[in-house]
Design a binder for this molecule. Structure first.
Ligand code: IPD
Ligand code: CA
Ligand code: CA
Length: 248
C-alpha cells in the first residue's frame, strides 16, 4: 500500500479514541496521530531513499546528499481532525534542489480520496484525471480560504479581505486543510483558494497537483508562488487576476 495510505490508516485509527491533543501554540494543536503518521512516513522514505533530504512538520529533518527533497505534512488539518470534522489529509511531496515540484500526493483517509500528480504526468483523484474549472468570472465562483494561527493579531486585515471576497463571489468555504483546499481547486470543486500564514508542508504536494491539473498559483501581489513564502492564491487561471485584485 502507498505510504500516504498507510499513514492515513494510522490517523483514522485515532478517530474514535483518545487523540492525546496538545497545544503547540494558543490555538495550534498537535495529536498522537500527527506524530505517529510522521514517524511512519519518515522511516519508510528514509529506508527507500536514504540519500534524500527530508523536511517534516513535526520535527524530523535530515540533510541528504542527493538532489531530491521530501516535504511532509503528516496530518494537514489537525484542528479539523481533533474535532472529528472529516477534512484532513496526509501530504507528501518530492522536489528537486532547484525547487521544482516533481511529485505530490495528498490523501484524505476519511473519504478515501487519493490525489496525486507527477511533473508532466497529469493530476489524478483515485486514478481519474482531474482538472480545474472553466469559471470565467469571480462573481460565479466558489472560493476556499483559511485563517492563520496568529489571526488574533491580524484580525482586521483578515476580515477586511474576507468581506471583499464575500461581497463578490457565490460563497466561501473553509475546510481546515490547506492541502485539500488546493487539491479541491485542482479537482474543480473550488474555483480558487487564498490563504496567508502557510508553511512549505501545507502547500508543497498540492501545488504539484494543481499545476498538473491546469491551475496556477501566485503570491498575493501576483509574483511567482514559492512554497517557502507564506501566502498563496491558487486558481483555475481564468479568474486569477480578478481574485488577486480583490485579495491584495
Ligand atoms: C493547517 C491547515 C489549515 C491552515 C493552517 C495550516 P495543520 O495545517 O492547513 O487549513 O489554515 O494555516 O497550518 O497545522 O493542520 O497541519
Ligand atoms: Ca499543515
Ligand atoms: Ca500538520
Amino acid at each position: 500500500m502507498p505510504i500516504a495510505k498507510e499513514a492515513g490508516s494510522i490517523i483514522l485509527s485515532y478517530l474514535d479514541r483518545n487523540k492525546n491533543t496538545e497545544h503547540k501554540g494558543d490555538i495550534n494543536l498537535v495529536t498522537a496521530a500527527d506524530k505517529e503518521s510522521e514517524k511512519y512516513i519518515v522511516e519508510n522514505l528514509q529506508r527507500l531513499f536514504p540519500d534524500d533530504t527530508i523536511i517534516a512538520e513535526e520535527g524530523h529533518e535530515k540533510q541528504g546528499s542527493s538532489e531530491y527533497l521530501w516535504i511532509i505534512d503528516p496530518l494537514d488539518g489537525t484542528t479539523s481532525f481533533a474535532h472529528n470534522f472529516p477534512f484532513f489529509a496526509v501530504s507528501i511531496a518530492m522536489y528537486n534542489k532547484e525547487n521544482i515540484p516533481l511529485l505530490g500526493v495528498v490523501y484524505n483517509p476519511f473519504f478515501n480520496e487519493y490525489f496525486e500528480a507527477s511533473k508532466g504526468g497529469g493530476a489524478f483523484l483515485n486514478q481519474k484525471v482531474i482538472s480545474v474549472t472553466k469559471t470565467e468570472k469571480a462573481s460565479n465562483s466558489l472560493i476556499g480560504t483559511g485563517f492563520p494561527y496568529d489571526r488574533r493579531e491580524k484580525m482586521k486585515f483578515i476580515l477586511d479581505r474576507l468581506s471583499r471576497v464575500l461581497f463578490v463571489v457565490h460563497d466561501v468555504r473553509r475546510t481546515g486543510s490547506a492541502a485539500l483546499d488546493i487539491c479541491y481547486v485542482a479537482a474543480g470543486r473550488l474555483d480558487a483558494y487564498y490563504e496567508e500564514g502557510l508553511n512549505p508542508w501545507d502547500t508543497a504536494a498540492a501545488y504539484c497537483i494543481l499545476l498538473e491539473a491546469g491551475g496556477i498559483a501566485s503570491k498575493f501581489n501576483n509574483d511567482q508562488f514559492d512554497i517557502y513564502y507564506p501566502e498563496i492564491i491558487a486558481s483555475n487561471k481564468l479568474i486569477h487576476n480578478e481574485i488577486k485584485e480583490i485579495v491584495s
